[in-house]
Design a protein around this ligand. Sequence first.
Ligand SMILES: Nc1ncnc2c1ncn2[C@@H]1O[C@H](COP(=O)(O)OP(=O)(O)OP(=O)(O)O)[C@@H](O)[C@H]1O
Ligand SMILES: [Mg+2]
Length: 639
Amino acid sequence: MIQRNDSTGNEDRYRVLVQAVTDYAIYMLDPSGTVTSWNAGAERFKGYSSGEIIGQHFSRFYTDEDRKNGLPARALEISEREGKFESEGWRIRRDGTRFWAHVVIDPIRDPSGKLTGYAKITRDLTERKKAEDELRKSQEQFQRLVQGVTDYAIYLLDPDGTITSWNSGAEHIKGYSADEIIGQHFSQFYTPEDRERGSPQTALETAAREGRVEREGWRVRKDGTRFWSHVVIDAIRGEDGTLLGFAKITRDITERKKVQESLDQAREALFHSQKMDAIGKLTGGVAHDFNNLLMAVLGSLELLRKRLPDDPQMLRLLDNAVLGAQRGASLTQRMLAFARRQQLDPKPIDLVELIMGMQELLERSLGSRAIIETKFPLSLNQVMADESQIELALLNLCVNARDAMTDGGTILISAREEHINQSHKAGLAPGHYVCLSIADSGQGMDEETLARATEPFFTTKGVGKGTGLGLSMVHGMMEQIGGRLVLKSRKGEGTTAELWLPVAAAASDLAREQIILTEETIDAAPLRILAVDDDALVLLNTAAMLEELGHTVAEAHSAAAALDLLEEQPFDLVITDHAMPKMTGLQLFDAIKDKWPNVPVIIATGYAELPGAREMKILNKPFTEHELASAIASFSSAV
Ligand SMILES: Nc1ncnc2c1ncn2[C@@H]1O[C@H](COP(=O)(O)OP(=O)(O)OP(=O)(O)O)[C@@H](O)[C@H]1O
Ligand SMILES: [Mg+2]
């Protein structure tokens, strides 16, 4: 309320002051609402000069609508009754345009308290209102945007981590509706393990300290299921730096993680198979050459034995040399097996029978601390494999099992049949298999050992104890027969080795032709034999053996040289190496069959996978004089 000041000097000064103010419209009304004074500010905002407006009713500044609603009269009434009227609203300028006004109306009374008029102060807040409106609009838009996002959970937390807002993405990903979750603490999205570790609190602290955290981890949905999430938490601070809360954006990247993982696995598997392949080639190459060398050594030693005087000391030395060379030969045999280049003789095998037949051998090899238990179904299909190689594999696996059980224990050998349809995780081709499993309760293997166990020469048994070729041989042999070795193990939890063996198809039950070797001496008529080998040492050895057997031998260092010799003179038999440069033994065989169909050919090889269909004899390297003799005998009887 304004009291009228009777001091004229004061009033003048007051009038001058009011007149000069241009940022506020300041004017007076008489008790009925007629304008009685007008300042520069009023003129500026409303566009009327004082001459035009003094004497007019103030309601003309109001919009038609406000006037219709009786707002001007009510404003005066409120001001008179309550001592002040204050409001904001649209007002009209002289030119008809609108402006947003902040209005205060004070009643003016004389000393006796009688109402003499009103003082009205109006401010033009159009600019501020526009800014406020725009802010509100952009906030609303932002809200709508955030709400509309369904692929991201976007929500706010107060400084303590209590949820204060929730968008539809959050509902979509986490399963809670806004009503359910606002007001709850955000730590409930974490796994119990993470909560125990204090992860939610640490995340907020880090965000508060560094402004932002970005993490990936498991989170829990309302229904308890887990998803792999990518989370960003931003700290929100006021202008003065106080922490207002956090903005949290979460994405469900479970699918991406899964894809990434299977990609990694595939890459790992590819790398592993490439590595094994490379090692296989190397091992196979080395083994093949060593095989030839050992053959020369063994062959020569055998010949030497016949010529040696009967001196026990010399014989012992000779026996030693033979033993050493034989051990080397068995090593190269295992290496060839790993490289899948072993000569195999697959036949249908009854596994139960085979294992029962191995009982004594196993008991003898394993000692008394390891007990073998078996568990087989009542009937088990026969499998297609090389019998002696399967025996060797079983023996290897059982010895490994025993070695892993330092305090003794039980080795369980069991079998089951399975049909593999499409993709088997061990990469088996679809088909019908018998899975023969050898399980121990030993020390097991850590991840690295398990990954490397089938690598040739990988052993943890120490120098001189293990060759590291046991599992390599089993692995290579299984691959070669179209099966698979699968190892399952964990540190401290024992090991299970599975041999996935293809079931023998009915057709392969047909008896197969076999070379029958007998230990009797074989007397054969002397023959003219052509020996072919690119390795001079091996050739010399073969020739020596043949001569020892009483035959006449011609030597050729290549297939081409052999064909030349055949043109020059007749031969009763050709014995040739297979792996030779330019022309292989097999190609030589075909060339001979073409031109000299009646000359029998023996192919000596350390390699597998020679097609068996042709009528040729295959002699496995290294061979003894006796094996050579029986191979020749089987022909000369046919010739
Ligand atoms: N049943 C098993 N339990 C625990 N570890 C095993 C088992 N079988 C194999 N291993 C691990 O795998 C390695 C390789 O086995 P592999 O049979 O190829 O060679 P080795 O047994 O060491 O030597 P060798 O077979 O020539 O005696 C072993 O040294 C061992 O560390
Ligand atoms: Mg072993």
